[in-house]
Design a protein around this ligand. Structure first.
Ligand code: 13P
Length: 249
């Protein structure tokens, strides 16, 4: 049985006042909650891990540098993230691949660093609108998966998030058939490289315009083990119904 995981990516949203949402979320967790990971901006990491102390919400960061320390102004290392009490780090989000030209090789190096610090890497992959229109989706996903994942991926150190770029923050969601096709493909690709046992255990999340209204049908897809949620993770009132849908899936 794979764990069900709902991860919230707050992106560059939230100051200390937003920590009250963690408290509200902890009170709104469904019975038998899925694994919940909230990834706030890095200045909030220490306070966020304090805020969820004693409740089953985990904290993650949104990126890390591949080096443990050094002259990298403005960056934070996986070791620093782990030091805050966070357990996860999102890597290779399309916004970073786009804005900072992060390559698959960069993501792979960051994943190694994350594992070295004891963090679970949430590795994001996803095709653009143009790539889907050109019929290149599976080719793109396969290449990103191969290039971004180091050898040694396991269900303990890695979560994969499939986030079609055209579905992020747009309100557009792929059809259930499209989500099924890509998630089945990812599972098979992982099995070919890491073996069926690891592939079967590794959680695959869908991300891109997940809302309370569409969560249940997405979570009904066999190879969808949860979601990476942006906008709808910022408020406990919006995120809690998604957690309930996942718990009931
Ligand atoms: P939205 O849920 O706002 O579409 O964002 C998805 C995302 O990018 C999560 O990482």
């Amino acid at each position: 049985m794979r764990p069900k995981i709902a991860a919230g990516n707050w992106k560059m949203n939230g100051t200390a006042a937003a920590l009250s949402e963690l408290d509200a979320l902890s009170r709104a967790l469904p019975e038998n909650p899925p694994q919940v990971v909230i990834c706030p901006p890095s200045p909030l990491l220490f306070r966020a891990t304090d805020a969820v102390h004693g409740c089953p919400i985990q904290i993650g960061a949104q990126d890390c540098h591949a080096e443990a320390s050094g002259a990298h102004t403005g960056d934070i290392s996986a070791t620093m993230i782990a030091d805050t009490g966070a357990t996860h780090v999102i890597l290779g989000h399309s916004e970073r691949r786009d804005a900072y030209r992060e390559t698959d090789a960069d993501v792979r190096a960051k994943a190694q660093a994350a594992w070295g610090a004891g963090l679970t890497a949430i590795i994001c992959i996803g095709e653009s609108d143009a790539q889907r229109e050109a019929g290149e989706t599976l080719q793109v996903i396969g290449a990103q998966l191969d290039g971004s994942l180091p050898d040694g991926a396991t269900a303990e150190n890695t979560v994969i998030a499939y986030e079609p770029i055209w579905a992020i923050g747009t309100g557009k969601v792929p059809s259930i058939a499209q989500i099924t096709e890509v998630h089945d493909f990812i599972r098979e690709r992982l099995a070919a490289r890491f073996g069926a046992e690891i592939s079967d255990a590794l959680p695959l999340l869908y991300g891109g315009s997940v809302k309370a209204a569409n969560a249940a049908e997405i979570f009904a897809v066999e190879n969808v083990d949860g979601a990476l949620v942006g906008g709808a993770s910022l408020k406990a009132d919006d995120f809690a119904p998604i957690l309930t849908a996942l718990a009931q899936s």
